[in-house]
Each structure stands twice: as structure tokens, then as C-alpha cells.
Design a protein around this ligand. Sequence first.
Ligand SMILES: Cc1cc2nc3c(=O)[nH]c(=O)nc-3n(C[C@H](O)[C@H](O)[C@H](O)COP(=O)(O)OP(=O)(O)OC[C@H]3O[C@@H](n4cnc5c(N)ncnc54)[C@H](O)[C@@H]3O)c2cc1C
Length: 421
Amino acid sequence: MKRTLVTIGASYAGVQLAASARELGFDGSILLLGDEPDAPYQRPPLSKGFLTGSVAAERLPLRAQAFFDEERIQWMPSTRAVAIDRERRQVELHDGTRVDYDHLALTTGARVRKLDCPGATLAAVHYLRDLRDARRLADTARSARRAVVIGGGYIGLEAAASLRQKGVDVSVVETEQRLLARVASPWVSDFILQAHREHGVRFEFGRKVVRLRDTHDMHDMVSVELEDGTCLLCDLVVVGIGVIPNTELAADCGLKVAGGIAVDTCARTSDPSIVAAGDCASFVPHWAPEGAPACRIESVQNANDMARKAASTLVGRAEPYRALPWFWSDQYDLKLQMAGVNAGFTGFAVRGRVEERKFSLFYFRDDMLIAVDSINRPQDHMLARKLLANRVRISAQQAGDPAFDLKVLANRSEAVAPRTA
Ligand SMILES: Cc1cc2nc3c(=O)[nH]c(=O)nc-3n(C[C@H](O)[C@H](O)[C@H](O)COP(=O)(O)OP(=O)(O)OC[C@H]3O[C@@H](n4cnc5c(N)ncnc54)[C@H](O)[C@@H]3O)c2cc1C
């Protein structure tokens, strides 16, 4: 009898997991449950080209419908899973229907963290996670004059850049003392800050938003009040203060949850017959130091690569997830690409020309290359991914020397080293 794979969550991880299961020879039924009405789509453009208007909605789908038909993946839109019965191996849907499964994958992703202060539910307040949020924000941005962006992380900064490109006046409020404090080196934070300032964005660092207030007397403006009494007037508020993993389904059916749905290196949850992947899953990455706590990684790379491993596990060919983390962000004319994890770096080398805004930072922990951030140097990024994946020895002096041929080194390493991904 043919077996059934049910995947809950139809975005990067869910779609990739279904596709990989087929590639690996899974011949049973595949049911992809998604609670959004739209066909699975790319999220990164929502804060970038979709918001500026350079990327149309038609370009967003992750895969054409023909792909789902050919691969016999039954994608069910607007279908929310509300409970998992592990004993009966059934998923209960929002309308009470029960679906049987033999294999179950949780790819439920994350939802936005909401602002929690008086005035947080005013109509001027926007979030950016899904297409519905993005359509609403793009619509408001067409007539907005002044925006306050709360949160100086990637989403907030990309929204700020897109709004500036549409002529909206922008202020960013960040509780930390620098931008991208959780993920970028101080050097990159500072570079990005300067770029935004050159485009006229203002910044309020080290203070929290304590209240939003409708100023009925001032043309429907909203006052964003900070803890030191500063008031920023605007007609649009964009909140980008992080996300919360969607773990409730897992927790309710007794799976272990620890900052995310806890999985082992092969994407198995605490019930080895159920896998989880993507933004919802927490694990100890292979690159983390000994004894490090589990964490979640929020990126397209992680969702796709982890989903591939989860599919391998489901078809009985489990292998550990050891892919190199990488990420990108577009702001104005800056293409930032990050490979590896720079936490704990002890030194770095600059390759390229900072004044031309085309350079890369090679981060070293002692004499080991651990990460590379590239700005408008896509070739460096691609080569860095090879160097890092193959743990190639390169000195800071070589990395910073424009005459040193990275390509030869990267390609040679690729030919001889076993892949770590
Ligand atoms: C605006 C924006 C810009 C971004 N830019 C970048 C970028 O430049 N580079 C990058 O690497 N990453 C970027 N990201 C992050 C990236 O999009 C995420 O890491 C990625 O989408 C994670 O994929 P996922 O499949 O794990 O989860 P998600 O994309 O969150 O998808 C989970 C899906 O599951 C659905 N779901 C949840 N619960 C249920 C349920 N009970 N029943 C049915 N369906 C359910 C959700 O509605 C959602 O559709 C960006 C994200 C956003 C929002």
C-alpha cells in the first residue's frame, strides 16, 4: 500500500521537503497543507522589490503549479492544521476533517512578534511577514509621507530602504546601540548605518517605544513616543522586532519544544517518526562551539537545506545537516551577502574597495577563516562559500591581497575536499 507524507506549512521548507522526498524516490501521496491562500511564494522580496514596486506579485511564486502537478504534490491552500494525533497518526484540520499520515513533517515557520505597548493596534501600524502584510503595507506606502520603523534588524532596514526609495521620510528606532546587533559585526553595522544616513534616514538608538498615540488634531498623524519622552510624528509605523516560531501544534501533541521545535542533527523531533525543518526548528548547529544551546536559524538557505535533510530522514536515509549558513539582504544599491558565522572572530581582512562600496570582510578566529561578508562582491561570496564549506586554509594577508587568486584556491579545494554540506 502507498504511504502518505503530510507536511504542515507550505513555504520554503515545506515545498523543498516535498520536492526532495520525490527526488529521493518517495512514491506515496504527498499532502502539503498551508494556511495561506496564496500559492507558496518568496518572502524576501516582500521587504525589497515588492515594496518598491520593482517586483510584481506574479514573480513571487516559489514553483509553478505545473511543478506540483508533475510531482504529484497535493498543495492545499487556506488549510490550517489544528491538532496532531500521534497515536492514530492523524492531523486534524480547521474544518474538523482528519487526514491520515504515515510520515509527518512540521514546517510551520514563524510569525511576527507584535509590539506590546499602548496604541500598538492603531491602523497605521504594519508588520511584514506574509503577502497579505506586504500588500497592505505597499498600499499604505503609496500615500505615506513619514514613517517610523521600529527595529533596526534586516526586515526593518530593508523596509526603511524601500520606503526611502519611494520618497517616504524615515526614522528608525532601535533599542540596541547599533544596527543588526545580533547578527552583524560592528564594522558592517556602521557601514550600513552610514549608507542609510546618506539616504536621509534618521536613527534613534538605545531607546524603547513606550506608546503610540493618534493625534486627531494633526492630519491623522501618529505620535511614536520613546522612553526618554521623544515623540516622532508619522503616518506609517512599520514594526520589525523579530519573530516567534510556530511551535504550538508540536507542543500540544507532546513533542519537545525548546525555543523552537527541538530536532536532532537529522531533523528528527523527539518523536523520531516526525521531522521538522526551517524557521520553526531549533537545533545545535554543527558550527556551534561545544556545549552551545540549540538555536533557530531564520533564512531561506536553512529552510531549504534542512528540509532536504529532513526528507532524507523520512525516506530512511538519514544524514546529518551540516550545510554552511548563508544569507543576503538588499538595501538601496547595496547587495549584502553573508557566508558562515562570524561570532567570536578575532580579526578580519578587507578585500576590495570600501570607498567604491564593493568589498568583502574575511573574518578569522585565530588563523581560521570563519565567515565572509560581501558588499556588492557576489563573486567573493560564491568563492567564500566554497572556501568555508571545505575549511580551506587561507591567511588574512592572502584574503586582503587583491593579487591573490581566490578562485584558484576555492576551485582547487572543491576538487579535493569532501563536501561538508
Ligand atoms: C519580509 C521578509 C524578508 C526576508 N528576507 C530574507 C532574505 O533576504 N534572505 C533570507 O535568507 N531570508 C529572508 N527572510 C527569511 C525567510 O523568508 C524565512 O527564513 C523563510 O521563509 C523560512 O521558511 P519556512 O518554510 O521555514 O517558514 P515560513 O516561510 O514562515 O512558512 C511557514 C508556513 O507555514 C504556515 N503555517 C504555520 N502554521 C500552520 C498550520 N498550523 N497549518 C498550516 N499552515 C501553517 C505559515 O502560514 C507559513 O505559510 C525574509 C523574511 C521576510 C518575512
